[in-house]
Design a protein around this ligand. Structure first.
Ligand code: CAA
Length: 711
């Protein structure tokens, strides 16, 4: 086994290298070998300074997250950092690539820092439900001030080495030859007799903080990210850094860190971290399957979805031809895309040059033939089966036989869309979420005939658009919207039985959802769901036991959501703030009376329980039917596409935290009192009996995915 840490000598300079691909995570072994290397450096009288750096163009992405679920191997990171802190010879961190979490804490403990200008620095711990636990909350405010440190820790955003240079985090920023420059920097420090700079010996500058600073910061956080515990714990730890001695602060930070690490929130967030990285892997594709290389993209349909998809592709560097029969729609789309790019510029996510270059990659046309040379065409026209099929027929006549056609349908079965096409293997689903340039999720849909290369292309494309891609088998409504459908129907049922619109939305937001079900319905628009329900009913395909009579009545009263300034709420002049509307209460009352339902008060807990149980049970039915590759993919979809709180990990992870015995008992009781829609799914019963968690990364076997479970 080769070493993960190497100590080399160059005259009087020690070069200590971390080599633990892919991200130089600080595993137990790396920490042990770093400890040995630093002790050897300390002992060797011929060595006068050390440079610490990482292989693989990375400094370190922090502690190995896999190790959080077992007891910590010695030395812990704080123990290792205490050794480095005490060294009496200068230690220089040479940062290339990422210095994140424990990686940044390691760099902060070194006495000086030099970085490549492209290096990224950050404290992403709160995304894992924890806070920096190796002195980050104590050293960072001593270096850059309490406010800047808190902004960095609670936002979890990365900053560049250049920004780090400006804030004092980095002493020297270079554009090339980092290691040579770092050695030269170490020699310079020796020549100039520079002192050993220990952040542990500094004080936080409190003169710049007003007296309510920490209280205000906590209030701001609680309003911006309600429900999350780790960011608030980080504020407490940074506050401690302003009050007492370093050692006391470190031990307070460690106790908060351990508390967070053991919490359900952190368990859920760490599960989502790995689930998201697992989701894009299509395990059933043969190893030799390769995606086609996409040089240019065509997008057909210049509506909202088409605009968002086009913007996403432009931002990723693709030249895009946007086609629509209607010139006015194309003009509107051009203006909207330009506006989206400019808004990214205003928020400092793009430079002027990048904005202009992205917009210059756009061309628009009324002629479908203008996409003939493209490698990938994404269809984003209206949800009309026949119109889509006509378009695919035309496209297949225009495109090369290698090209891929991706449909953005969210409600139509890809197998029905592909039926009878001359080359159905070229058709794959890519279901984007609105607004497509901002939402992270893409459901990639593999129909029965879809070629493996088309699936691989859609997955690779989603990755290059910086999206989280999840594979779905072909079915009506895919995975996410199928669950949304039962969730929305249950929300409607709650209204009829006595819950209020605002009450339901508030209860679900308190649970942690980014939006309540009715706010979300108004945002998405009620029309697509209405047409999908009607079409399924006409085809006799609607076997869902609860329909959505209130939603139907709203659409029939031309209240289709924010677009018409009226839905479950009313809206004023394109303002998105929902205003409760007594007219809706009236519609609910009359609909309930027509259906002979007497409305009675329903408490918030019941609302949350019923809505989440429906999600959990439907998710298990989807697993049962083999539509999903692995259970954790469902959680990835709900966290990224529907605002399910990441600190609960998604519906399946949440079910595990409730205990499957309890979930099944509740479903059984509801089935008894309210009918068969509550019948626990076979998969749920099976998991409970086997004491097997629902939230699993295990890929379902080929048999399970081809419907063996159903048999
Ligand atoms: N520990 C273990 N594995 C890690 C890791 C870590 N800290 N960071 C990344 N990885 C793994 C990923 O799981 C992935 O593995 P697979 O290929 O097996 O899926 C691989 O490294 C590559 O990661 P990505 O696919 O995410 O690659 P990317 O290039 O898109 O992103 C990254 C790289 C920016 C480093 C991103 O992985 C990331 O943000 N990692 C998390 C960093 C983090 O949260 N660090 C803090 C850890 S906690 C800590 O250090 C606490 C403390 O104070 C003690």
């Amino acid at each position: 086994m080769c070493d993960v840490v190497k100590l080399e000598r160059e005259d009087d300079i020690a070069i200590i290298t971390i080599n633990n691909p892919p991200v130089n995570a600080l595993s137990g072994r790396v920490r042990r070998e770093l400890k040995d290397a630093f002790l050897a450096f300390q002992k060797d009288k011929k060595l006068l300074a050390a440079v610490l750096h990482g292989e693989h163009s990375a400094f370190s992405a922090g502690v190995d997250i896999h190790e959080f679920c077992k007891p910590t191997d010695a030395p812990s990171l704080p123990e290792l950092l205490a050794i480095i802190d005490d060294i009496e010879k200068p230690v220089v961190a040479a940062i290339e690539g990422n210095a994140l979490g424990g990686g940044l804490e390691l760099a902060l403990t070194c006495h000086y820092r030099i970085a490549h200008s492209h290096a990224q620095l950050g404290c992403p711990e709160v995304k894992l439900g924890i806070l920096p636990g190796a002195g980050g909350t104590q050293r960072l405010p001593r270096l850059i001030g309490a406010e800047a440190a808190l902004n960095m820790i609670t936002s979890a955003q990365f900053s560049s080495a250049r920004e780090g240079g400006l804030s004092g985090l980095i002493d020297r920023v270079v554009d090339e030859n980092l290691l040579d420059n770092a050695k030269e920097y170490a020699r310079h420090l020796l020549r100039t007799h520079s002192p050993i700079r220990r952040l542990s010996e500094r004080k936080v500058n409190t003169a710049v903080l007003n007296k309510d600073f920490f209280e205000d910061y906590r209030d701001k956080l609680a309003a911006a990210a309600p429900g999350f515990n780790a960011p608030l714990a980080a504020v407490n730890a940074v506050e401690a850094a302003t009050k007492g001695k370093f050692a006391k602060g470190i031990s307070f930070e460690r106790s908060l860190f351990n508390e967070c690490l053991q919490s359900d929130q952190s368990r859920a967030q760490r599960y989502v971290f790995f689930a998201q990285r697992r989701a894009p892997r299509v395990d059933l594709l043969a190893a030799e399957t390769t995606p086609i290389t996409v040089h240019t993209v065509g997008v057909v349909g210049a509506g909202k979805m088409g605009q968002g998809i086009t913007t996403s592709c432009l931002l990723a560097g693709y030249p895009v031809t946007l086609v629509d029969l209607n010139q006015h729609a194309l003009d509107t789309a051009r203006a909207a895309i330009e506006q989206s790019l400019t808004s990214l510029l205003r928020r400092h996510k793009l430079t002027h040059k990048q904005r202009d270059a992205a917009f210059a990659r756009l061309s628009t046309s009324q002629q479908l033939s203008h996409v003939s040379g493209t490698d990938l065409v994404i269809e984003a026209i209206q949800e009309d089966r026949d119109a889509k099929r006509r378009l695919f027929t035309e496209l297949l006549n225009l495109l090369s036989s290698n090209a891929v056609i991706a449909t953005n349908t969210s409600t139509l079965d890809i197998n029905a869309l592909a039926e009878g096409l001359k080359s159905p293997g070229q058709l794959v689903g890519m279901h984007f979420f609105s607004p497509a340039h901002l939402m992270q999720l893409v459901e990639v849909v593999q129909g029965d005939a879809t070629r493996p290369a088309a699936v691989a292309t859609a997955m690779a494309m989603a990755r290059s658009l910086k999206k989280v891609a999840v594979l779905s088998g072909g079915s009506d409504s895919l995975i996410g919207n199928r669950m949304l459908s039962v969730y929305s129907r249950e929300a409607d049922a709650l209204l009829l039985e006595g819950a209020g619109v605002v009450q339901t939305d508030d209860a679900m937001r308190r649970f942690g959802m980014a939006m309540g079900p009715f706010q979300m319905a108004d945002l998405i628009g009620l029309e697509a769901g209405y047409h999908a329900r009607k079409s399924r009913q006409q085809r006799g395909a609607d076997n869902l036991p609860v329909t959505s009579p209130v939603a139907d009545k709203l659409v029939e009263a031309e209240r289709v959501g924010q677009g018409t300034e009226a839905g479950y709420y009313r809206y004023e002049q394109s303002c998105r703030a929902p205003i409760p509307d007594p007219a809706v209460d009236k519609i609910i009352d009359t609909t309930a009376a027509d259906l002979s339902i007497s409305r009675v008060p329903i408490d918030d807990d019941t609302i949350v329980r019923r809505l989440t149980l429906r999600l959990i049970n439907e998710a298990c039915k989807i697993i049962d039917e083999g539509i999903v590759q692995r259970p954790s993919d469902i959680d990835v979809i709900w966290v990224n596409g529907y605002g399910f709180p990441i600190f609960r990990g998604g519906p399946l992870c949440y079910a595990d935290s409730l205990g499957l015995d309890n979930v099944v008992a509740e479903l059984n009781a509801l089935e008894k009192s309210s009918g068969p829609r509550w019948k626990p799914s076979a998969y749920l019963i099976q998991a409970m009996a086997a004491r097997m968690p629902l939230a699993s990364y295990d890929t379902l076997s080929a048999g399970e995915r081809t419907g063996k479970r159903r048999a």
